[in-house]
Write a protein that binds this ligand. Structure first.
Ligand SMILES: CC(=O)CC(=O)O
Length: 720
């Protein structure tokens, strides 16, 4: 029998209360809908209920956000059956262009502030700090996009062609993406530090017509020339018959030098028209709402990634909704999302431009030259909305960094009003630390959704109080529910965790996967096969997150990925419940740097055991002794129960992460359970996988590392 441990919400501490809840953007939307539709929606909960009860909500949202379209949507054609039954078509009569919706401003305000890590190195005393950081006005951005789109048109790029980039998080990346979108081409990007095979795993599948490539990778003090890698990739994609017609190499961002790679154009040659007649004006191809826009990749840690195709209208509406309504971004904001071009948060954050805000780009490590410079840069740039990850925040905490003491001495982080966190679970402890560390009036929004949907399912609610460790509520238009393993909705009042599901379509469900079967088998089975359709026949989307909703606050707590749910002796719980307790400085566990918790299920054994892997802080390596193990076990026993205690606690040199900073549990679970896993290009430290194979022999490792003879322990137990 399987039961879920009742979750303890006692630590749901009130962290923040809105000083003017009525000023929140979601409240303005609520009032507008009330007026327009003659409704009496009382608060965000009422607005959310409305948003998932009628598709008319999406029309209301369209008007509220001012979506620019040459043909507006027809109210009687919001959603109609699509080619894939699970993926209806949206707004079939509307015609619009994604890039036009991001480039609506044409003035001299700053649109983009773009920095590389080396721009943060303090320079000569007589030079103003950050003088290397570049700024572009909205007007300049439009002109750059025009010039790039003209080059693409001369190169024969047409509606539906694929444009790919291997690129740093630079203004050029944005210019390429928006130029492609202005023509109606489909854009896809990867980061410059991804290996050749990882890039080819992606671009062989999408068959780009044209490839743009940076010539350098920049990280942690190193600027690495990658022109050799670009030559190999170009040759594979072109000569190897994967459809490439042209490759263009960008100037060195660091030196401004023109870079040359055999068989590739230089960016200057590409952008120079041969005659005035070939210097085209900026135009925006008017396309259906469901026209494909971006190809993103599943972060599968083994095997080739799936190519997820997102529609222009859905990507625009849902990411703009998150930026504008959940984060409250408006033209007076400065939005900085730390990301690489390989993560979904890169195209997502471009919606800051759709909101009329300035966006900030940063390429490199936040810890180089020094995280203090990075924080000063955030302050200097006037960032009002900062997007970051739990990994970055916990690193700040581990290094005892005090952000308030290092920004401009008088009033640090003057404008910063919101920190949005995504990528993995933000524990109550880390949320509280962040709240204290950056100043108490900040709203800290934790969001979850991802690559598959180009938006958040659960996110910030600016008009509601914030409780430590909780994601405040379901995003508008997202019919979020929690299901039991048998597909029954779990009531909030039962305090029982389950699967996060979405029970209604929304516009940024992907269009399809590339290279799927004719019946879209991979697409349908990735999301829609786990549970039968709801009572209204609507397919149910399973996202793979294990969550619980707090009946008292309405907030959600994410407990881990549901594939990684731990199930010893029939108790189901998420790894985040363990991470929360074994988190660094809590409970005197200051020696612990990082933790990975996975289940081990071996052939012939009917139960699962919980294994805990730790990395240790500098100075504590090799010091995971009996005493610390006992302390960890007792912290877990007291915080959760005896049944949550790990069977084995082991010290490892490295814990695997994806390039986007997500801890990799499933692959390690498979490895320790006897399945070989070949790391994909998505793993940032692929060598770490091999550290876990030896734990398949649990008994041996217990003897060697914990000093426990399991055979003898079992026999002794049997005699009792
Ligand atoms: C919005 C997100 O959920 C981003 C991510 O974690 O990939």
């Amino acid at each position: 029998m399987t039961s879920s441990a009742a979750y303890n919400f006692n630590d749901s501490k009130l962290l923040w209360t809105p000083s003017h809840p009525g000023h929140a953007t979601c409240e303005r939307l609520r009032r507008e809908i009330n007026m327009k539709r003659g409704l009496k929606l009382k608060d965000y909960n009422g607005l959310h209920a409305y948003s998932v009860s009628t598709y008319t909500f999406w029309l209301d949202l369209w008007d509220f956000m001012g979506i620019i379209a040459s043909v507006p949507p027809r109210p009687d054609q919001i959603i109609v059956p699509g080619a894939i039954p699970e993926r209806p078509s949206w707004f079939p009569s509307a015609r619009l262009n994604y890039a036009e919706n991001l480039l609506w401003r044409d003035d001299s305000a700053i649109a983009i502030t773009a920095a590389y890590e080396y721009d943060l190195i303090p320079t000569r005393a007589d030079k103003a700090q950050f003088s290397g950081v570049k700024q572009y006005t909205f007007h300049e951005l439009r002109e750059l996009v025009r010039i790039m789109a003209a080059g693409m048109k001369r190169a024969g790029v047409r509606v539906g062609d694929r444009v790919a980039a291997i690129i740093t998080n630079s203004v050029t990346g944005i210019v390429i993406a928006l130029a492609a979108a202005s023509i109606g081409a489909i854009f896809s990007s990867t980061a410059t530090d991804m290996g050749t095979s990882g890039i080819l795993d992606r671009y062989r599948q999408i068959r780009p017509k044209i490839l743009f490539a940076s010539s350098e990778a920049v990280y942690a003090g190193k600027t690495i020339n990658i022109t050799g890698k670009i030559a190999d990739i170009e040759s594979d994609l072109r000569v190897g018959g994967h459809g490439l017609e042209k490759a263009v190499v960008l100037r060195s961002e660091k030196t401004g030098d023109l870079m040359h790679v055999p068989n590739c154009s230089t960016i200057d040659a590409f952008l120079t028209p041969t005659s005035a007649a070939e210097d085209y004006p900026l135009t925006f191809e008017q396309l259906p709402f469901d026209h494909p826009l971006y190809i993103l990749y599943s972060s599968g840690t083994s095997g080739p990634p799936k190519c997820i195709v997102h529609a222009a209208g859905g990507a625009l509406m849902n990411s703009k909704k998150d930026c504008n309504i959940a984060f409250g971004i408006s033209p007076t904001d400065v939005y900085f999302q730390y990301t690489t071009t390989a993560w979904m948060m890169w195209p997502f954050m471009l919606s800051g431009l759709a909101c009329g805000a300035r966006i900030v780009l940063y390429e490199g490590s936040p810890f180089y030259p020094d995280v203090r410079e990075y924080l000063k840069f955030i302050d200097w740039a006037g960032v009002t909305v900062l997007g970051t990850s739990p990994r970055f925040l916990s690193e700040l905490q581990a290094r005892n960094v005090d952000p308030l003491s290092i920004a401009s001495p008088s009033v640090p982080f003057t404008g910063l009003r919101e920190i949005t966190v995504t990528g993995s679970v933000l524990t109550a402890q880390l949320m509280t630390w962040t709240h204290n560390a950056f100043g108490r009036n900040l709203h800290i929004g934790s969001s979850s959704g991802g690559t598959d949907v180009f938006c958040a399912f659960v996110t910030s609610v600016q008009s509601f109080p914030l409780y430590a460790g909780e994601l405040q509520g379901p995003a508008l238009g997202m019919a979020v529910s929690v299901y039991s393993p048998s597909g029954q909705p779990i009531s909030d009042s039962s305090c029982t965790p389950g699967e996060l599901v979405i029970t209604r379509p929304h516009p940024s469900v992907p269009l399809y996967f590339l290279n799927d079967t004719p019946t879209h088998e991979k697409f349908v089975s990735a999301y829609f096969r786990s549970f039968p359709p709801g009572h209204d026949g609507v397919p149910v989307w399973r996202h793979g997150d294990f969550v619980i909703r707090n009946p008292a606050t309405g907030g959600f707590v994410f407990l881990g990925r549901s594939d990684g749910v731990l199930n010893p002796s029939g108790v189901r719980f998420g790894s985040a419940e363990i991470y929360k307790l074994v988190d660094g400085d809590l409970a005197g566990l200051e020696a612990v740097k990082d933790v990975l918790c996975v289940g081990q299920r071996r052939k012939g054994e009917d139960d699962e055991r919980v294994l805990l892997f730790l990395t240790m802080k500098e100075g504590y390596e090799g010091k995971l002794g009996k005493e610390l193990r006992q302390r960890i076990r007792s912290v877990i026993r007291e915080g959760l129960s005896r049944r949550h205690e790990p069977a084995g606690i082991f010290e490892v040199d490295d814990i695997p992460y994806t390039v986007n900073g997500k801890k990799i549990e499933i692959a390690v679970k498979q490895i320790v359970s006897g399945i070989d896993v070949v790391p994909s290009g998505t793993v940032s430290n692929p060598g770490s996988f091999k550290l876990y194979y030896k734990y398949r022999d649990f008994e041996k490792m217990m003897k060697e590392e914990e000093g426990v003879d399991m055979g003898r322990a079992r026999k002794a137990k049997a005699k009792l």
